[in-house]
Design a protein around this ligand. Structure first.
Ligand code: PEP
Ligand code: MN
Length: 339
């Protein structure tokens, strides 16, 4: 249930709502908007309580039920777009389309630093690199783990570039957030609720990838796990879903961008690399994402894609990435953004 307060509401009136909710066994979350305070009343059986219970309290403007399973991620709770600020003066969800680029996996210091310098030069503002790799097979390279995190932190320091990396284990959230500016929750972990709860308790910005077999509703409901714990720095990432079509690695669900924009206040970035599975498809998919309203891109780039330990086939070369960045600029401009 969403309680919208009248403008100019007092702290006592807001307290009145909190007390009433508490007496009914519900919890609350506040959205202190620029002109209005909105209170979400949360709990399993809010549907059984008449809206009048809150509508009659002082300072209340309106009470609405949220019919969707996700509450805090919804536009009903927060009408204005959320903008997530990360280190280095970079924000996601504003006019600038933020490009995060780098190798699928950190492989060595030289590989990471050379790639980081090159992608920065071409206009990427966040460095990506996996240290913990959730691989389909236990016999595949699992990442450099702690040593990889150290290299990411070194690259961040050297280049002044914020870093995004995946966290796969709830026990590693503290460790990974010390070395990174954005915690990535991967597609395979979108519904790992223990991990989401732990990441939600951290105050580190988080990029929540869409599970490749999950609906947009399930994805936004998973985002509620992060928001419910008080982490409001949530970025969504569309990375392709499983369909009957097998000509690309996954099917990039472009429609999820306007659907998310309509249903949620959270920023959305697109990962064309994992959806494509092949580097030749990446540029067109990246351009389509920007044209459709994505707030950013997450792109895999490798010095020598044929020698990459993970995801070489879908990685752009340094030159390919530089070319794509040039081609994206006029598309961003056409939709009122810049890159
Ligand atoms: C990745 O970004 O390297 C990755 C493993 O992505 P996904 O979780 O989307 O498969
Ligand atoms: Mn990858």
């Amino acid at each position: 249930m969403i309680v919208e307060m009248r403008s100019g509401t007092t702290p006592e009136e807001i307290d009145g709502i909190k007390q009433r909710a508490k007496s009914l066994g519900f919890s609350v979350q506040l959205n202190l908007g620029t002109d209005k305070v909105v209170v979400a009343i949360l709990g399993g059986n809010t549907g059984q309580v008449p809206t009048d219970v809150f509508a009659v309290l002082p300072g209340v403007d309106s009470v609405t039920r949220i019919m969707k399973p996700y509450k805090l991620a919804s536009r009903t709770f927060k009408k204005e777009d959320s903008v997530v600020s990360i280190g280095g003066g970079v924000s996601i969800g504003g006019k600038r389309i933020v490009v995060m680029a780098g190798p699928c996996a950190v492989e060595s210091e030289q590989q990471l630093l050379t790639t980081a310098e090159a992608v920065k030069q071409s206009g990427a503002s966040v460095l990506r690199g996996g240290a913990f790799k959730p691989r389909t097979s236990p016999f595949s390279f699992q990442g450099m783990e702690r040593a990889g995190l150290k290299l990411l932190a070194r690259a961040r320091e050297k280049l002044g570039m914020p870093v995004i990396t995946e966290v796969v284990d709830s026990h590693d959230v503290g460790l990974v957030s010390k070395h990174a500016d954005i915690l990535q929750v991967g597609s395979r972990n979108m519904q790992n609720f223990t991990l989401l709860t732990r990441v939600g308790k951290s105050r580190c910005p988080v990029l929540l990838k869409r599970g490749f077999s999950c609906t947009v509703t399930e994805w936004l409901t998973a985002a509620d796990y992060l928001l419910a714990e008080g982490n409001s720095q949530v970025i969504l990432c569309e990375r392709g879903i499983r369909t009957f079509e097998d000509s690309a690695r996954f099917s990039l669900d472009i429609s999820s961008i306007p659907v998310v924009k309509k249903s949620s206040h959270l920023p959305i970035v697109v990962d064309p690399s994992h959806a494509a599975g092949h580097q030749s498809l990446v540029p067109a998919m990246a351009k389509a994402a920007v044209a459709a309203g994505a707030d950013g891109l997450l792109i895999e780039v490798h010095l020598n894609p044929e020698e990459a330990l993970v995801d070489g086939a879908q990685s752009l070369t340094i030159a390919g990435f530089a070319r794509l960045m040039e081609e994206l600029a006029p598309i961003a401009q056409a939709v009122g953004r810049f890159i």
